[in-house]
Design a protein around this ligand. Sequence first.
Ligand code: F6P
Length: 547
Amino acid sequence: MVDRDVGAALAALEAHRVEIGHHTMAEFFAQDARRFERLSLRLGDMLFDYSKHRINDATLAHLLSLARAAKLEEKRAALFSGEAVNVSEHRPALHMALRNFSGRKVMVAGRDVMPDIFAMREKVYGFAKGIRSGAFRGATGKPFTDIVNIGIGGSDLGPAMAARALSPFAQKGLRLHFVSNVDGADLSDTLAGLDLATVLFIVSSKTFTTQETMTNAASARARLVAALGESAVGDHFAAVSTKLDLVERFGIRDDRVFGFWDWVGGRYSIWSSIGLALAIAIGPDNFDDFLRGGHEVDDHFTQAPLHENIPVIMGLLGIWYRNIWGFGTHAVIPYDQRLARFPAYLQQLDMESNGKSVRREGGPVKMSTAPVIWGEPGTNGQHAFFQMLHQGTDIVPVDFLVAAEPIDADAHHHRLLFSNCLAQAEALMRGRSRGDVDAMLAKSGMNADEAAQLAPHKVFAGNRPSSMILYRRLDPMMLGRLIALYEHKVFVQSAIWDINAFDQWGVELGKELASRLAPIVSDDKADLSALDASTAGLIDYRRKLLS
Ligand code: F6P
């Protein structure tokens, strides 16, 4: 029944695309003076403008029918009520509880988890205050000046992205570093020039078994012991994990261990103790604001009608382009240098959540799922890949993110930044016609032959879609909103595709094969005959290079 309804809604969207596909956004704007007002939504002082899309009212109606056919509202209710929506791991996905300020209980297996969340958050805040004030010091009595978070994936990208985004709110004199790659250069380069007597290591790993993190943690520990002795480990290490027994075996003191729960997915864990490094940097009050921003979006997502619901509209626009137009990638371009790591953060959030080929019950998905998410800050991207966005053969829908005012930055620079952001969105939408190019070249005095040669190169097709998220300034609350908006956007799409957004089995095979190959790579005499010819040949070639 659901499949039939979804199929019918998709077919209606296909037919609708054929009907309106030859119309341009420029025409839509010309026909409707109120298009911007009608196709933009507000959340607090944030504006989401989705008027520059290949849509009209009928498109939205069709997309909302699709959402209803896919039972989006029922699936959203299941998510928030703590049902085991992560069906392959039999658990709920309740990261929203970590930012729940409603006073309502959140039940997991018949138990309200809010008291545990509050208690753990108090422990995190107490530790953060101790580090910030200098009350907690290293083994030699010096206050900490450098925090090194060791983690990968969700245990790295969230805190690393947020620490950079909120750097103006961070305590001066306390530097944050993030080590993630098993490439030893990451740890070495990070520690080069640091005085280990003033370094606090935070080992962040949900499972406390991840090869990269455990390897980096062991090396960091060895370096600390070599510099300050075994007894210094207790003062210089903290850990964040759900596996407290494994943390204990590593030798980290109880009062420096911060837990969270298996119903918090790695890529959704910035709101939990995984935010420890961030909480130390920006302090409890700012961290609370960050959580409140996320909570505000949860309220909006659960309460706003679908047609006024920002993550719902974001998700459905993505479906329109991915499944009906066949566009394979989606760019996120923050005109906000401090959001430089946001596209990388979204790559994990979106592609690890929705990069799936099977449906929740195990059958194949018959539609394309997660697009490639990518991006870099503007204006830098303009001088790198925007050529392709404007004139390439593939259409890339873009999300532009920009603040109305800078924090700790020059207002003149910011006006230029803002103008560039608007100009790019406008250029993508309007393009430049052959007629305009011909007129321009004629006016410039170019001879007719030369002008005819050059003109096609200067034409921009235009009609290229983008959304704009415009906010007052990038403060903790706004960052919380942004992350939660994208989390729910990803959920909306998973609901349409009927996939489980909360597991990640696709990363397992590579991990298993790497563990199998590690001893073979380490042993020059190991037998390669059981390996495929390419893998064996590559190992053999490396042996020759090193012999
Ligand atoms: O890449 C797979 C993954 O499991 C991610 O989902 C997770 O964020 C990352 O590895 C790190 O895992 P952990 O926090 O358990 O070390």
